[in-house]
Design a protein around this ligand. Sequence first.
Ligand SMILES: Cc1cc2nc3c(=O)[nH]c(=O)nc-3n(C[C@H](O)[C@H](O)[C@H](O)COP(=O)(O)OP(=O)(O)OC[C@H]3O[C@@H](n4cnc5c(N)ncnc54)[C@H](O)[C@@H]3O)c2cc1C
Length: 575
Amino acid sequence: MLEHDVIIVGGGLAGTRAAVEIARSQPDAKIAVIAKTHPIRSHSVAAQGGIAATLKNVDDTDSWEAHAFDTVKGSDYLADQDAVALLTQEAPNVVIDLEHMGVLFSRLDDGRIAQRAFGGHSHRRTCYAADKTGHAILHELVNNLKRYGVTVYEEWYVMRTIVEGGTAKGIVVYHIETGEIKVIRARAVMLATGGYGRVFNTTSNDYASTGDGLAMAAQCGLPLEDMEFVQFHPTGLYPAGVLISEAVRGEGAYLRNVHGDRFMETYAPNQMELAPRDITSRAITLEVRAGRGVKLDGSAGGPFVHLDLRHLGREKIMERVPFCWEEAHRLAGVDAAEEPMPVRPTAHYSMGGIPVNTRGQVRSSADGLTHALYAAGECACVSVHGANRLGSNSLLECVVYGKLTGQAIAEDLPTLKQPDIDEAKYLREANVRVQALLDRRDGERIDAVRQDLQDCMSEHCSVFRTDEVMREGLTKLNAICDRAGRTVLGDRGKLWNTELIEAMEIESLTVVAQTILHSALQRQESRGAHSREDFPTRDDGKFLKHTLAYYSPAGVEITHMPVALGMFEPKERKY
Ligand SMILES: Cc1cc2nc3c(=O)[nH]c(=O)nc-3n(C[C@H](O)[C@H](O)[C@H](O)COP(=O)(O)OP(=O)(O)OC[C@H]3O[C@@H](n4cnc5c(N)ncnc54)[C@H](O)[C@@H]3O)c2cc1C
């Protein structure tokens, strides 16, 4: 059996930052990072707009308290305020630390790190590397894994986490290149598997964002927190859904309807295009519903609105947001210096996830913890984003809570023992699962089932929701989950069988989709990204609390957990 002191599942920002932290304080620890992609192909590499921190390089009136307030207000008061305080206080330190590792941030004329405006932030505090910030940060973190001697298992698919009697003991992995299955045991296991955008049919996320870590935790009987809160980013390029970064609006771009009106005036007269994402996505959806969207021939009644950068001028566009220009050019045939870009909301980010405390320890219930299991990044919910995340706070969360979780693991390691595992039993189970998929001769191909699942979630649990529409969705989803259990593969080989991986991923998608729909149905209020047309207002009396959803093949059970309030009293949210 392979063994390490610490196994980190996920090679994105959260996983690699944690690994670096453990290696710095426990240089002798045997640390492994394992990822189903190459680490530098983790979705973090696609992050564009930036990372928030109150460096005060362009606005010396900024403060961590202001950043904390913006984050809590943005979260519609569902964020845990102790976690937000840590996030915003640590932010300048982690950004400077990244700079010292060699991250190439964009600069002001005097050489300090440049900072731009971002939606929902009251000050210019988003640090960036043009519109390729994730790329710049992840490359340095991955370089540092080598420097610190961290073992990297790339292109290994983690099939399950082993949790026995409330203690994490290891993982079961499938080597994509060879088809080999292995059990790896460890004194501590950390999940950093990213988001689940692929549950929806239009998403900014990469193909690997299938929510595996969430599903693995749920299948161990652990709860998932606040799964109803799915962020739809307002500016997905039409029709592909890929992201046009908020940085474009941060640099001054306008949103216009078919009449050329800057319609955000109606929805957020003060912040306009820089209102938070939930509000902006609803505004676009309402404009489209009212017939003020645009069709490809430019006439009214179409599915998208316009993102207009023309007034910025070609030079500024090419300096600040060159990648967004290139995407629109390549995927929509639009030269954004001459024409507006077609955009509409796209599934982007998972506010909910595996519940953790501020040390990254995974909760087993509202007041219990799972021994030796940790999580951070988008797959986790320490709840700094509550019901709606502000742009540039996610890279920050990955780096701050990656670091804090790494610190906690390093502190706990001396008390954690290498566990006993019945390796043969886990190997047998995994082999049976894989063989059953390879042997099945009748059934549907994965593509059709996955498309139906994604269409179902986009139709029944999107920007606006009602009880009736979601219940219909649940009935459809149950039938799709049955079909997902009977898919048949075209490739029955052992080497590089990516279809087999997709068959395992679709299981993750079904678990995640069910917890999202059940969580959304029970929350009979509108808060942040969860907008119920049948319950249009926020109801703090009944719902100022976190949702905990426990999945089992028999169904999803819902309980709740209190919100950590503190510095900021819940108020009505206006922009
Ligand atoms: C297009 C885009 C632009 C964005 N721009 C910004 C931005 O400008 N600012 C900001 O703050 N946020 C941004 N975000 C959000 C932010 O990038 C992500 O939330 C963050 O990078 C997630 O990092 P992570 O480390 O949690 O996971 P990821 O980077 O998604 O990494 C997940 C890792 O887990 C591995 N993995 C998953 N499942 C398995 C499995 N079963 N077995 C083995 N390995 C597995 C993957 O291979 C990968 O290595 C953006 C997101 C997108 C999609």
